[in-house]
Design a protein around this ligand. Structure first.
Ligand code: ZN
Length: 190
């Protein structure tokens, strides 16, 4: 007879943080590191400064993923391809100078892009399934409840590490999702 062992597939969720790095990024990094979780950071070139570059470096060292989010939070559908490409290249150069390699993924600001742009950008465009609207509520409990209620296997969760209210929600979110059996991974691992 055949013995069939059922292997339960690990449930995965990718937490993503946009628009940083900021002074609140270390709170997010601490929460991830402490709880053995990973995440992805879609950074703006304009936010990478002498003060914030160390946060990207630490994220990279912890095995987290860094993605490109343009230089100035550009709306791609109303920008020329030249402008889009120059912002992406400019941002990649800054990231590369900090972590030693360019990005392979990018998230279009506002989730807004054109097929033409997509064809001409040499990166995987990453959107999201769960939008916390953290920028609108600026409320830690809202972010926690939204993620714990809505995120499911295979989802990509959108948050922003430029708000203290979001940064303060991350540890509770990680613990809550892990308690439900989820493993928190980077976008590429997902
Ligand atoms: Zn953004």
């Amino acid at each position: 007879f055949k013995c069939i062992m059922k292997v339960k597939k690990t449930k995965l969720i990718a937490l993503t943080f946009d628009d940083g790095p900021s002074i609140y990024t270390p709170i997010v990094l601490d929460a991830l590191e402490k709880n053995d979780a990973k995440a992805t950071f879609f950074v703006l070139g304009s936010r990478i400064t002498d003060k914030t570059e160390k946060y990207i470096k630490r994220a990279e060292e912890l095995g987290f993923e860094i993605g490109n989010h343009t230089y100035s939070h550009l709306r791609m559908s109303t920008s020329s391809l030249d402008k889009i490409q120059s912002e992406i290249v400019k941002t990649d150069k800054k990231i590369q100078s900090v972590i030693g390699k360019p990005t392979s993924i990018m998230r279009p600001p506002y989730g807004d892009f054109t097929v033409e742009a997509q064809k001409n950008i040499d990166k995987a465009l990453v959107l999201w399934n769960v939008d916390t609207l953290d920028w609108k509520y600026l409320n830690t409990s809202h972010v926690v409840n939204h993620v714990l209620t809505n995120a499911k296997d295979g989802d990509i969760v959108l948050m922003h590490d430029i708000y203290k209210s979001t940064a303060n929600a991350v540890e509770t979110i990680i613990k809550g999702l892990q308690k439900k059996g989820y493993k928190l991974v980077t976008v590429s691992e997902l």
